[in-house]
Every structure is written in structure tokens, then in C-alpha cells.
Design a binder for this molecule. Structure first.
Ligand code: KG4
Ligand code: ZN
Length: 365
């Protein structure tokens, strides 16, 4: 087998999806099995770490077996085992890491460590043309919002990140406020498609100066106030309010409680929230493109499935005369194909891990 046809087995268990994939040459996906835990977490309105790690333990062997069987690849032909060992939920990461170490040891293959967020930035290359570098990448998912300057698949410099909620986390929390279910991103995207994004005025944070950091907790709280009113205040009651709170309370129907909102009002609020998040993401991506001079824009992560974000990114790329690389929908959510794909490039660069490899959980941005 030539180095260009190296077959990489990838393992993903950073959050609530257990994944195993076999990828040839860093781009051709031979199999990509994902066992989602959404049903287990839905009634809690978010991912419960302890439940997630237990579910990974139950699923991992089956998922690996299915991925190998579907690919038709024999262990002897595998070039390396790649694992997402950071960032993520620590208990979940450990399950995938142990499985990957075990495979590497039993099959006597090299072990490769992959950063999960960097793998999202590589995901548009899967089952597609190679990405042309340098690029500016925006990764937004449930746990991360990050902008990178990318010189190659393996050389990424962090330009900015969220100082509070990640974009996907904000979608999930706002969907909770609107009682649209979990995961919130797809639910808000669906509801927003029937709504008017100009109806509710919501803030766009951290747009001053040239900051490449993000903050989504303000817009989330503005939605909460719009639905429930300000804590301890009824609509109509006079008092000293900040400018945004005044604006929020001045909006028609604000503060009545979600059960009193019509489905059209919920759709308008979902559309207004989606527009606020998308505007913010796109403004920052434009800044990153200008700051880096990159002619390729990359989107990745679960939120890159968002229809409004995808079309706004297309418009931005046209305006800046940049190429735009979007992941196929199957590779927007957490998956092991992107881990294997990026792992191939680490293998080629000789960046191998050993059995002392540890998992590193999310520690902020
Ligand atoms: O990348 P991902 O699968 O997991 C993490 O690494 O966190 O992203 C999951 C996140 C969730 O917060 C989910 O609500 C969000 O991606 N998401 C979306 C959409 N589909 C998934 N957010 C906005 N619009 C969507 N269509
Ligand atoms: Zn992810």
C-alpha cells in the first residue's frame, strides 16, 4: 500500500456521539458509523456527562465492529488509529481513547492524537476536493466557537473564541426557552424558516473594534427577557432600566411567558435569534478573512448545518471573492471520519502519539 492510500481508523467520543470511521487517503470515507445519544439526553434538555460516558462504553465496540465491516478493510491493512483526545467531556473522551489505544496495541499500528475542533475545520475535505490553504476557518458547535488561521490541515492558529456560551449551546438554551426541544439548533432552524427575523430586535455582541472573540450569553438572555419579562418586573411597570432592557420591554407582547406566544410569534423570535447569531458569526468570519488575507473560508461544526449560516457564508464568500468550503451535512455533526481524515495528515507529518497519550477535557474556550 502506498502512503497516499493509507487507511486510517478514526474514533470519536468527545461528547454525545460514539463514532468510528475508516478513511482512505485522508478524504475518501469508506465507512462512518455514528451512534447518537440524543434520545438519552433530550429529556434533560442538554448532555448529561455521566450518562454520555456510560453510553459510549456500551456503544463503542459495536460501532467499531460496524465501521470495520462496512469498510471491508482488514486490520492488517490499517495504517494508523486516530483518536479525538481533546477537547470534550473528560469521561467521554477517555472511552474513545482507551478503545483507540487498545486497537493500536492489538493491531500493532501507530496511534495518532487529533484535536476535535481542528478536525471540524478539516471536515469539508471529506468526500470532496482538498482544501486550498491558507484559509480562515469558523468552527461552531455545541461546545466551541472558534476562528482559526489555517496554513495546512495540521497548522492552525487560534484567532478568537467564545468568552461565554458556544453558538450551538446558545441555540440549545434558546430552544429550551422557546420549548422547541433538544437539540435546539435544528429545531430553531426549522421554526425560523416560517418567521420574520426583523420582528424582535436582539443585540449583536462584541462587534466593536476588531475583536475576533464571541459572546452569545447576551442575546440568549435578551430572548429570555423577551419571553418572561425582566426578573421581578411586570411589563408596563416604570423604573430605571438599561437601554437594552428598555428596548426589550418596549417590544409588543414581550414578557407574557412562552405559553402565551402564538406559533407565529415563536417563529418570529426564533428567526430573530437565528439572524442575530448568524450576523455575529459572519461579521467575525469576514474580519478573520481580512486579517489573514485568506482566499478560502471554511465552516465546520454542528452549527454549520444551519441553513441561514450556510447561505450567509455563501454571500460573504462571493463578496470577498473567496472559495467557501462547507462540510457535507453528514460531517457537520460529530463524527469519526473527520478524525481519521485529519489523522492521515498527522501520520504523514510523522506526528505520532504513544500509549502515554492522555485525554484533555474542555477547560473554557
Ligand atoms: O459539532 P457538534 O455535533 O457537537 C459538538 O462538538 O458540540 O454540534 C452540536 C451542536 C448542537 O448545539 C446543535 O444544536 C447544533 O450543533 N446544531 C445546529 C444545527 N444543527 C445542529 N445549530 C444551528 N442550526 C442547525 N441546523
Ligand atoms: Zn464537535
Amino acid at each position: 500500500m502506498t502512503a497516499d492510500r493509507a487507511l486510517i481508523v478514526g474514533i470519536e467520543s468527545t461528547c454525545d456521539e460514539t463514532g468510528c470511521a475508516v478513511v482512505a487517503d485522508g478524504r475518501t470515507v469508506l465507512s462512518n458509523i455514528v451512534a447518537s445519544q440524543i434520545d438519552l439526553h433530550a429529556r434533560f434538555g442538554g448532555v448529561v456527562p455521566e450518562i454520555a460516558s456510560r453510553a459510549h462504553i456500551e456503544a463503542i465496540n459495536t460501532v467499531i465492529g460496524q465501521a470495520m465491516a462496512k469498510s471491508g478493510v482488514q486490520p492488517a491493512d490499517v495504517a494508523a488509529v486516530a483518536v479525538a483526545n481533546e477537547p470534550g467531556l473528560i469521561g467521554s473522551l477517555l472511552v474513545g481513547l482507551m478503545a483507540a489505544k487498545t486497537l493500536a496495541w492489538v493491531w500493532d499500528k501507530p496511534l495518532v492524537a487529533v484535536n476535535h475542533v481542528c478536525a471540524h475545520a478539516y471536515s469539508p475535505a471529506l468526500d470532496a476536493e482538498p482544501i486550498e490553504y491558507p484559509a480562515a476557518a469558523l468552527v461552531c458547535s455545541g461546545g466551541h466557537t472558534a476562528l482559526y488561521r489555517c496554513q495546512s490541515p495540521t497548522e492552525l492558529t487560534l484567532l478568537g473564541g467564545t468568552i461565554d456560551d458556544a453558538a450551538g449551546e446558545a441555540f440549545d438554551k434558546v430552544a429550551g426557552i422557546l420549548r422547541l426541544g433538544f437539540p435546539g439548533g435544528p429545531a430553531i432552524d426549522r421554526a425560523a424558516s416560517c418567521g420574520d427575523p426583523t420582528v424582535v430586535k436582539l443585540p449583536r455582541s462584541l462587534l466593536k473594534g476588531q475583536s475576533l472573540d464571541f459572546s452569545f450569553s447576551g442575546v440568549k438572555t435578551a430572548v429570555l427577557y423577551h419571553v418572561n419579562g425582566l426578573p421581578g418586573r411586570r411589563k408596563g411597570k416604570k423604573g430605571r432600566l438599561g437601554p437594552h432592557a428598555q428596548r426589550t420591554m418596549a417590544q409588543p407582547n414581550a414578557g407574557r411567558g412562552i405559553e402565551n406566544f402564538t406559533s407565529q410569534e415563536i417563529a418570529d423570535l426564533a428567526a430573530s435569534f437565528r439572524a442575530a447569531v448568524v450576523d455575529t458569526l459572519i461579521i467575525k468570519l469576514r474580519r478573520a478573512a481580512k486579517a489573514t488575507g485568506a482566499k478560502t473560508l471554511i465552516l465546520g461544526g454542528g452549527v454549520s448545518a444551519n441553513s441561514a449560516l450556510r447561505s450567509a457564508a455563501r454571500k460573504l464568500a462571493d463578496k470577498l471573492r473567496c472559495r467557501l468550503r462547507l462540510p457535507a451535512m453528514a460531517f457537520t455533526v460529530d463524527n469519526a471520519a473527520m478524525t481519521a481524515g485529519l489523522g492521515y495528515h498527522y501520520l504523514r507529518a510523522g506526528r505520532l502519539a504513544d500509549y502515554s497519550l492522555t485525554a484533555r477535557g474542555t477547560t473554557g474556550r
